[in-house]
Ligand binder design. Sequence first.
Ligand code: ZN
Length: 365
Amino acid sequence: MVTYNKHEVREKLTINDIYELLTEWGGEPEWTSFGILSTTICHNMPGQGSRKLYYYNNTDLFQCYTGCGYFDVFDLLVKVARIQWQKEYDLNDAVRYIAIKFGLAGYAELGDQDSLIDWKTFDAYDRIGGLEIKDYHVELKEYDMNILKNLNYKVRIKPWLDEDISQEVLEHAVIGYFPPTGQITIPHFDPNNRFVGLRGRTLVKEEAERFGKYRPLIVGWRQYNHPLGMNLYNLNNSKDNIKQFGMAICFEAEKSCLKYQSYFGIDNDISVACCGSNISAYQIQQLLDYDCKEIVIAFDRQWQEKNDDEYKHWIKNLEKLNDRYKNDINVSIIYDRNMLTGYKDSPIDCSKEIFLQLFKERVRL
Ligand SMILES: [Zn+2]
C-alpha cells in the first residue's frame, strides 16, 4: 500500500481545500481574519457543536476550544471518520484520503494492486456520497424577519446604482445599509422564501482586503450567518424560470444576480449565486429539485493571463466541479478567453453585451 508523505500533502493543501473539507463534514465554516471558524465537528455530530473550532492559517493547525486541543487536518479526519462514518482511520488512511480527494498524489505512485483497491473504495465512497445527497433536505434555521426593519433602506446604494443595478431590483431583493459597519446588507432566503441569513458587503476598501468583501452581518452582537454551501442565493426568485428554461446561471456573488435582474428583468431571471468559488453537491441538488438540466458556471476571472498560476488554479477548480457533477447535470462554463472583462470581474460586470457574448461562447469541458 502506498504511503503518502503527510508533510508534502499538508503543504499542498490550500485554505480553500480546508474550507471545502469543513463544509463537506458539516462544520458550517466561515472565513475570519485568522483563518476559518467552524463548529466542533472534532467531537460532535454536524449541527450539534458550538462554533469553537478554529483553523489558523499561519500554523495550518486547528484548535478546539472545548477541550480537544491542537491538531492538524488529518487528525480531524480521523475524528470525523469515527464520529460520522463509524470508521477507524489511522494517520495513513487520512493522508491518503485527502491526497486522493484533491488530486495531490501522482498517478504513478498508485500502480500497485493494493492502491488500486484504495481507489475503488474511494470511488465507491464518492458514488454513495453522490447518491445519498439526493432527497437529502436540510431545513436551515430561520431568522426573525423583524431584524431587517432595523436596517436603512433610505440610503441610495450609489456604487451599485452606478454599476447599472436598478433601484427596483435593490428594493425587490431587500438590499439595505447598516451604518455602524458601513455595509450593504443582503438578506438570504431559502427556496421557500424563509429568511436564513444576512450578509454584509463592505464598501471600505481596506476592510475588504483584510476580511474579504462579503461577511455575515453582526447586528446587536448577533451574527446572522448560515452555511453557505447549503443554500443558493436568489433561487427563491429564479426557481420557476429555471424550471421552465431548464437552465441556471451560477455566479459567485450576490451582486451578479442583481445585475442579471437589472439587465434582463426580474421576470426573466435564471441566476443564482453559490457565494464562493465552490458549488456544493447540495446546491446542485437544489437545482435538480427544479428540473434544471444545465448549470452555466459564471465565475469571476480570477487570473491575469493565460497559464499563470492563478489561471491553472482557476481551471483546475472548474475541472473538479465538472468531474464531480457532470453525471447529474450538464455543466457549461463561461470562459473569457479574449479577456473582455477585467481581472477578478464577474462575467456580468462589464456590460450586458459582453455578458451575452460570453454566455453564447460558453464551453463544455
Ligand atoms: Zn473538539
